[in-house]
Design a protein around this ligand. Sequence first.
Ligand SMILES: [Zn+2]
Length: 281
Amino acid sequence: MPPKKFFLETLVKDKGIASALKRALADDARLSYEEVLAMIYSACDDNGISPDEIREINAVLDNSKSIRNNSRIMELKRQFRNNPQQFMKYRDFPDEKLFTIIQDVQKAARLSQKCMNSLTMSYWSKPERERLLKATFNVLPNGRDSVNEIQWRFNRCWKVLNGASFQYDSQGTIMAKDHVAAAPHAGRAKKLVYISANYFLAPEVYRLGALIHEMIHHFNGVRSDAHPGGLRTDGRLPLNIPYRQAKYNPYCYQWYAVYLEQPNYTPGINFENELIIKAGK
Ligand SMILES: [Zn+2]
């Protein structure tokens, strides 16, 4: 029997994934969850997932022997059959970065939820929680109206992050060179966030804070001042921004989240500049 043709060169843009898939299919048609995911996401490009690509991915999935024994892949297959376009959520990420960004988005959503819960009245037994709120938003827990507003935004962040879209700016051509991420106004409806190569050099807790930061930009909409009260890139506390500005300043949410997750976070490093040096730009 002649070997089956899977047309992977056209379907899968990443050469590494294509050859891994070819080996898997030529050998015993066994695919890992990660390989299936990478195959689907690598079909997501400027033109979306075309009908040809959908047909080819389905052919690969139907031919893989391992899938029916793997409940995670079966679920993924079901989701893909159901709505292939939903996978446009992550665009242009190479496979080794794809898994990081997928995990980061899930973790950032959970961290937003944790921030929201941390602002519930019953949690106010810890003095360090009170200090953090004062140091980031310049409010005290008894300022319930302010706390409710902050809480509401973290709640929204939690709900919206999992439905947001992400695009990898591998060459640094879409956004300003010193950015790790950006929230384009035009992508507000889709909650689109651009992610730079530098993003992946930052520690995890910083990355999660950055994703929350970009969501807050989308909630704010178009403003003449994107960071009311100023930039706070290095995370030194207190941020010293009056609450009327802090409630719109993405840095306040970013650093509240970072320090809630990692109270011993080391401030003072400006990752956006630091990362450019490391990346050799
Ligand atoms: Zn910003």
